[in-house]
Design a protein around this ligand. Structure first.
Ligand SMILES: [Fe+2]
Length: 352
């Protein structure tokens, strides 16, 4: 026999960079997913004063992006909101420019408050209004500018935790502080907004949606047009997905974006999915119920719903809708054959 085996063979294995599988089997193949993230709610009313405080103390030259990261208590290193997705609240003040850069991570913003700011994405100025969804797919140049009055705040969504976990992150600063527009303002939204009429002279690239902005007025029009003639989902309410007009799929390769209307008094059926989700309350009040906690939400709050945590949505108002914007990593899981959804039985559900 060659090689010296110490008195403790496990120690010698360590030096050989191997591990006995029989000591790890349990944690590597869990019966069910074990989320490190916890269900959590960030209250917008609590964050907003801090956002405004830093507008006076911190310039965009210093900060690059003035963002409060919403860090899940279970995911501080590296910081993330749920396992593969990030949420942050960003503020920009009149006359400020957030410097142009690009990154491999996909990003989007959902506008919370304020008018007259725009983002320039690959040379196209895209104007933002509350409720608009603006996309910045991976490796697209983007900078932000505010030419109006008062603060403009939005929810930033990114998939950098996934990009970094896959060790595929790139980042680059643009040569100038901001891009010079070379495409007509808001052109991508004007070309594609009808959804069922696409520009036939362009080559379909289905990796991500070519639409720069899904404006709130179109989203609201969809809910109004459907009215109460649609049934909706018994667990998710009247949920609509923002789609890539080239293929009807998710707007970003790793991330889907949805908007949900919960009718007054809606109380959903218990649901769980391997996808991790972040919700943002556009308006209304209600709660998300888990087995060990109930997160009561109000306007503009942000909620982390980790994967495989059974939860129930409810609108607690009897006369107003609750509208929720949400995004999840379902497209990444679907591409890998890992997406599962089910509806656990609950004693509180009506029979059926
Ligand atoms: Fe960025």
């Amino acid at each position: 026999m060659t090689g010296a085996m110490s008195e403790n063979p496990y120690q010698s294995l360590d030096a050989l960079a191997v591990m006995p599988l029989w000591r790890h089997h349990g944690d590597l193949f869990t019966p069910e997913p074990q989320a490190s993230a916890v269900p959590y709610l960030w209250r917008y009313a609590a964050l907003r004063p801090y956002m405004l405080h830093f507008t006076n103390r911190l310039s965009l030259e210093e900060a690059a992006r003035r963002v409060l990261m919403l860090v899940n208590p279970g995911l501080s290193d590296p910081p993330a909101t749920v396992n593969s997705l990030f949420a942050g609240i960003q503020v920009i003040m009149p006359g400020e420019a957030a410097r142009a850069h690009r990154h491999a991570a996909n990003a989007f913003r959902f506008i919370i408050e304020g008018e007259s700011a725009y983002t320039t994405v690959n040379g196209e100025r895209i104007h933002m209004r509350p409720g608009d969804l603006l996309l910045t797919p991976g490796w697209h140049w983007h900078d932000h500018f505010h030419e109006g009055n008062g603060p403009v705040m939005w929810l930033d969504g990114l998939d950098y935790p996934l990009t970094n976990a896959l060790e595929a992150g790139f980042f680059e600063l643009f040569g100038d502080r901001v891009q010079k527009p070379y495409v007509a303002d808001d052109l991508s939204s004007r070309k594609f907004i009808h959804g069922r009429l696409n520009p036939a002279w362009e080559n379909a690239d289905s990796r991500f949606s070519p639409v720069g902005n899904y404006p709130w007025r179109e989203t609201e029009r969809a809910f109004v047009a459907m009215g109460d003639d649609v049934e909706g989902s018994d667990s998710e309410g009247i949920v609509l997905e923002y789609t890539n007009p080239w293929n009807g799929g998710p707007v970003l390769p790793t991330t889907d974006c949805k908007i949900t209307r919960l009718r007054p008094g809606f109380r959903g059926r218990l649901r769980r999915t391997t996808a991790s989700t972040i919700m943002h309350v556009v308006r209304g009040e209600g709660h998300v119920e888990f087995d060990d906690r109930r997160l009561e939400f109000g306007p503009h709050d942000v909620i982390a719903v980790p994967g495989w945590r059974a939860h129930r949505l409810a609108n607690t108002s009897t006369d107003s809708d609750a509208i929720l914007f949400s995004y999840s990593n379902a497209p990444a899981l679907r591409a890998l054959g890992l997406l599962r959804v089910d509806h656990p039985e609950s004693a509180n559900d009506p029979p059926g």
